[in-house]
Design a protein around this ligand. Structure first.
Ligand code: FAD
Ligand code: SF4
Ligand code: SF4
Length: 943
């Protein structure tokens, strides 16, 4: 016995849960403890549970030691319900199984499935899950259900409460109940009669209590996530139905959701949107009941301050800047099963709104580009406030609902409150059909004066919402710690007591997320406020929302982008503070492997970040700090100045490895290479059987084709040195394939002068050597300028990361394309495609994704092969140039889902970056190479 219950708890659960999934060190507990809310609690222990049995064991032990447990899915919650200073039980990415039932009308989901993925699985059935939070591409089913999250379209009719069919749940004492299974229900009745009886009694009493019953019905006419889903006691009598529905919105305080089966809803294939500008909020709100009656899919209200916050951003309509002060917008979407029905709905909206004054005429569009531009206005609002906030301040998003017939009055009252409390940057937007308004403002939590201002403001907001409108203090985001002190104020004593009874029935020892939803501390919403100290301007705008986590290739191995930023913030804070040198030293050293070395620096995180943060840039900056020593700079300078020699050495190295492989055979070679890699402390690249063969430098004959027009071809240094893998039946270098396709299409191919010395700088940049990288890019530009006749001729580059760098950092005059993009855009009519009967795998590299090339790669691949597989859960491969050789575990972790996603008849894989293809081949067992090889096989000149 140690006297520390956490140590004893850890000892007990370690017998079942692998110790490498139990974290108690300062780095991981801070990283894993971070969520999107503005509260900071650091867990004593964080556990990545992998199975129902592990959750059950952990709960039983927690029960024994009376230790609080908080569940975690994606950590995108905003109200402080997913943080704890006790035990954090994470059921995230590994809980990703699903099954589709009854031809898509039901879907069974584990809690770690990302909401957007569930919709992808259902897309071919024309169905989707009901709940649609704006965070759906990051949030996971466990959190979506436990928060009863909702969004623009689902309203109160299609949220988790309305669409849950059954669930597997693990209660506080570790008991598993499957409400969809008769045997499990009967066993539960026998083992837990006290829960069944108590729930039935509560339901009977509540239904018999007219004033309480009607109050509950009234409160749920609009969106409401304040407190528990008391409607379960009014809507149902069967105890298992009551359990299913009480679990929804319970924020991990009643039990663990191990699996949920949803009734799915229709996803109409046709949709169109219109941005309507009304002269003021009153007129806009007069449109709302009309639009509700027409059953439009969404109507998003945006006040003038909202529109102002995005009006200067690229792609916004010019007229936003000149709108009068009181203008209020509604972004309206209609959806339909057929094009004809869509047109009828649009006509209906025009007719119904004809009598209302608008600031500008409006029209609906179903053109995807125009449609997306409109929705980008709405989606840009929250980030716009986040982006302009002062460093160190937090962006707060509140989430209230009013009776929808009083929305205009309520919006004006809120604007009044902003003025009174000097929140001049605050904006209001929201789901008008549901009376749900979000308001966003920036808040400094570093000074007591500012915390007091926030406290006074929130008190006034609560008074306004509850006393004046009898609205909801939390419509979608859950009560958390943020609204816990106001639950009784909103619901009244009787309903509040009912909530306390519910909690006591499910969790008599108060171990499940205590203090969340129900909390007797009137100041809990003002405690443990999260500091967001400055660390580096590359990431200071981060709001810790977590949207970047799902796509990060190191998320299952070490850290996510959000966690890297949270740790760097803490390191910077400790550096400034100076008080805790021990912690500073520990975090700085401990960060190196998970934070810096295993970041692929691919920048895919920026694609899903609402404020465009590329954490890879922070990593490269940190690497550059390590490389400032003059001897390292001298070596790098020499390499940049003698790139032809570096290429020759690479070729020699590849040739030597190839020869050794042939001599020793695969098994022996692998063993020796593993040993050498380990002995060198990861410095020697780890060989694998899919290593490329050396190719000789391009010869003059490559400039082929007599035709016009001319295209300049820059084969990257990788394509000039690395060929297909040793045993790949395709033996020709990529540059020969590329120039042959271009010649087939009637182009004359021209290479830049001094090709062997040229490089775009990517290998230097990724290592943190920006000066050498920029020098190489400038040299390349000079050569391309000459070859392209001063930028008149198009240029192609065959390696997507190099192309991306040239596009991002090169001069404006360069017209440079990926060869497949070039074929898609200019060459399709010059080639005759013959589709082969193969099943192939296609991998869009992160650079291709960032350049928006996925669709074009897919289209050209479909022209070449009968079946093209693009595995769902495979994102960035994390090979990252040569990092896959030094840290092969990163590549392995990023590609863990690749092999199981490929069909048995899939015999070849294609991509557009040679180094990425090495790792893809290794982890799939099939040869990956450039899609150009397949295009070459499947095409002939069209005449
Ligand atoms: C920018 C931004 C926009 C957002 N927009 C919306 C929106 O439009 N609508 C909306 O409703 N929300 C929104 N949210 C809030 C949040 O994204 C959602 O509520 C989301 O559903 C939370 O899911 P999660 O996977 O992140 O859950 P987490 O934050 O990890 O957890 C949420 C709660 O569920 C509990 N929990 C987690 N897993 C389980 C489990 N297996 N069993 C039982 N309890 C569990 C946790 O303890 C916690 O109380 C937004 C958040 C951000 C940052
Ligand atoms: S980096 Fe961007 S996406 Fe990631 S947590 Fe920060 S703000 Fe959110
Ligand atoms: S650059 Fe890549 S590996 Fe690094 S944090 Fe971003 S997504 Fe993750």
């Amino acid at each position: 016995m140690t006297g520390d219950p956490y140590i004893e708890f850890k000892q007990q659960i370690s017998q079942v849960i692998a110790t490498d999934r139990i974290f108690d060190d300062p780095l991981q507990t801070l990283a894993l403890g971070t969520d999107a809310s503005f509260y900071r609690l650091i867990p004593r222990l964080a556990i990545q549970a992998d199975s129902e049995n592990e959750v059950s064991i952990a709960l039983q032990a927690a029960h024994r030691f009376k230790l609080p447990v908080t569940f975690r899915a994606a950590g995108t919650s905003l109200s402080g319900q997913a943080v704890t200073d006790s035990i954090l039980l994470i059921a995230g990415g590994s809980w990703n199984h699903y099954s589709i039932e009854d031809n898509g009308s039901k879907i069974r989901l584990q809690p770690g499935v990302i909401g957007g993925h569930a919709n992808r699985y259902l897309a071919s059935y024309g169905r989707k899950i009901g709940p649609d939070p704006a965070s759906i591409n990051a949030a996971m089913i466990g959190g979506i259900a436990a928060n009863n999250a909702s969004g623009m379209c689902c309203g109160t009719a299609e949220n988790s409460y309305r669409t849950v069919s059954s669930m597997r749940t693990i209660l506080a004492d570790g008991t598993l109940l499957n409400t969809g299974d008769t045997n499990s229900r009967e066993a539960f009745r026998r083992s837990h009669p006290e829960i069944i009886d108590a729930l039935q009694e509560l339901a009977v009493k509540t239904q018999a209590n007219e004033s309480l019953r009607e109050r509950i019905r009234h409160k749920f006419k609009i969106k409401n996530t304040t407190g528990y889903s008391l409607n379960a006691l009014v809507d149902y009598t069967n105890p298992f139905d009551i359990i299913n529905h009480l679990m929804i919105g319970s924020e991990g305080t009643l039990g663990f959701i191990a699996e949920i089966t949803y009734d799915t809803v229709i996803e109409h294939p046709h949709k169109a949107s219109a941005l309507m500008m009304f002269p003021d909020v009153n007129t806009a709100c007069r449109a709302i009941p009309i639009l509700r009656a027409l059953e439009v899919a969404a109507a998003e209200l945006m006040d003038r301050a909202s529109l102002r916050s995005v009006q200067d951003k690229a792609g916004m309509p010019d007229y936003l800047k000149s709108l009068p002060e009181k203008v209020t917008a509604l972004l309206v979407e209609v959806r339909a099963a057929t094009k004809v029905e869509l047109t009828e709905s649009i006509d209906g909206v025009h007719k119904a709104l004809a009598a209302l004054a608008t600031e500008r005429p409006f029209s609906f569009t179903d053109d995807p580009d125009a449609f997306n531009r409109l929705w980008n206005i709405r989606k840009g609002l929250f980030p716009a406030v986040g982006a302009v906030r002062a460093v160190g301040t937090t962006v707060v998003i509140e989430d209230v609902a009013f009776p929808f017939d009083r929305l205009a009055e309520a919006a004006l009252d809120l604007q009044d409150l902003f003025k009174r409390h000097h929140y001049h940057e605050a904006i209001i937007f929201g789901h008008a059909l549901e009376g749900n308004l979000h308001f966003v403002f920036t808040q400094d939590f570093a000074s007591q004066k500012e915390v007091k201002r926030y406290q006074n403001f929130m008190q006034d907001v609560c008074d306004l919402v509850v006393k004046r409108y009898d609205g909801s203090l939390k419509a979608e985001h859950g009560t958390g710690r943020n609204m816990a002190p106001f639950v009784e104020m909103e619901w009244g004593r009787e309903a509040y007591e009912l909530m306390q009874k519910i909690k006591a029935i499910f969790d008599p020892h108060n171990i499940l997320n205590p203090g969340v939803i129900l909390n007797e501390n009137p100041h809990v919403h003002l405690e443990h406020l999260k500091p967001l100290p400055a660390t580096n301007q590359l990431v200071d705008k981060c709001i810790e929302c977590g949207f970047c986590e799902a796509t990060c290739p190191s998320k299952d191995l070490t850290l996510t982008p959000r966690q890297r930023i949270a740790l760097q913030r803490e390191i910077s804070r400790l550096q400034r503070d100076g008080a805790n040198q021990g912690r500073l030293q520990y975090l700085t050293n401990a960060y190196r492997y998970p934070g810096e070395q295993t970041c692929a620096a691919d920048g895919l995180c920026a694609v899903s970040c609402p404020v465009d943060i590329d954490t890879g840039k922070l990593t490269k900056y940190l690497r550059s700090l390590d490389l400032q020593a003059s001897h390292i700079q001298s070596v790098a300078n020499w390499m940049a100045g003698h790139f032809d020699k570096v290429s020759s050495v690479t070729r020699l190295g590849l040739a030597t490895m190839d020869a050794a492989h042939r001599l020793l055979g695969t098994e022996k070679m692998q063993r020796l290479a593993d040993q050498a890699h380990k002995l060198s402390g990861n410095r020697l690249p780890l060989w694998n059987p899919f290593m490329p063969r050396r190719v000789s430098r391009p010869q003059p004959g490559l400039e082929k084709g007599n035709g016009r027009p001319v295209v300049v071809y820059f084969p990257s240094c990788v394509a000039r040195t690395m060929g297909p893998a040793a045993d790949d039946p395709d033996r020709q270098p990529l540059y020969e394939i590329t120039s042959r396709i271009l010649a087939k299409a009637g182009y004359k191919v021209v290479l830049p002068e001094n090709l062997d010395r040229l490089c775009c700088g990517t290998p230097f940049e990724s290592k943190g050597l920006p000066d050498q990288a920029n020098r190489k890019l400038r040299e390349l530009e000079t050569a391309l300028m000459a070859a392209s006749d001063g930028g008149e001729r198009p240029i192609i580059c065959d390696t997507s990361p190099c192309l991306y760098r040239i596009r991002q950092n090169g001069s404006d005059w360069i017209q440079i394309y990926d060869p497949i993009e070039f074929i898609h855009d200019f060459v399709l009519d010059r080639l005759r495609f013959t589709q082969s009967n193969e099943t192939i795998a296609l991998h869009a590299t992160c650079s291709s994704i960032k350049m928006g090339l996925e669709g074009k790669l897919q289209k050209v691949a479909n022209m070449c092969a009968k079946k093209v597989i693009t595995p769902d859960r495979v994102g960035c491969c994390a090979f990252a140039g040569d990092r896959g050789f030094s840290f092969p575990e990163l590549n392995a972790s990023a590609l863990q889902d690749l092999k199981p996603s490929l069909a048995a008849d899939c015999t070849a894989g294609y991509s557009n970056s040679r180094t990425c293809e090495i790792g893809l081949s290794l982890h799939s067992g099939i040869y990956y190479k450039s899609l150009l090889y397949l295009i070459d096989r499947c095409t002939q000149p069209s005449v």
